[in-house]
Write a protein that binds this ligand. Sequence first.
Ligand SMILES: Cc1ncc(COP(=O)(O)O)c(C=O)c1O
Length: 299
Amino acid sequence: MNGFKPIFVDINFENLSMNIDQVLKKISKKTLAVFMTHSQGFNGLNEKLIKNLKRKKIHLIEDVCESHGAKFANKKLGTFGLISNFSFYYAHHLTTIEGGMICTNNKRVYELSRILRSHGMLRESGNKSFENKIKNKYRNLSPQFIFLYPSFNFRNTEIGAVIGLNQLKQLNKNNSIRSKNFKLFLKLIDGKKYWKNFDIEGNSNYAFPIILRTKNIKKRDLFEKKLKEKGIEFRRGNAGGGNQLRQPYLKKFSKSLNLKKYKNVDHIHFFGYYIGNYPSLTNDKIRKICKILNFISYD
Ligand SMILES: Cc1ncc(COP(=O)(O)O)c(C=O)c1O
């Protein structure tokens, strides 16, 4: 939407996030920023990426929508990048029903974000001396209505804030239950049928990722049928529609790419799933779910 050219890399099965070696290989003189999505509660960062970006003066942007409270090197995700974003849509660790949050330590980004969340209006910047400077520059505009940049309305409501602040109080407690659930799930699930070598250090998973080892569509369909029969809700493609390079909105950029070079994300697209991991989920239910999953035959 902003006219930048996105460059794509494959993901790792271990954390469902971008493959950092491929990121480093694809960095060029034109690279402005690396946009790291910490997928499904996993940390996507490592020391090598952070060091390289610092040295090359390339910005890091962290999408923490799916990993509230997760950590890298004992520090919360979303505190490493110039900008990080969080979603409070109701499927996430904490919700304001709709809404989200941008975090930054940079004053200019902060002021600009305030402007952009409100139709690009100058009066939202929170910086009076900047506002006065712009008002003087555009004397024939009404000072209350100076639209500095093209934007949308992303404003949240006070009611959303009340809900969110109250949910925030539960976040750590809920995440520690989710982590225990996740470990039990990994202990019980059959590694011959499903991938289970996840990198769980600092994780905060609101879902259990299920990656089938089979590459057979018919067997996958059987898996889906079984889950539906047993009333286990799932999403194929893990989060957000699987391989984005297959999504129509990216056609302009993806049509010249060879999808075979993105084989992990393509496997997830067709054979990757997630099911819910929520604080009130009981151990008995996790045992029952794993029993059902392990009983499905892929032979
Ligand atoms: C990684 C990631 N980024 C962005 C979003 C979008 O968040 P929202 O629905 O609050 O706009 C989501 C939503 O699920 C997400 O998982």
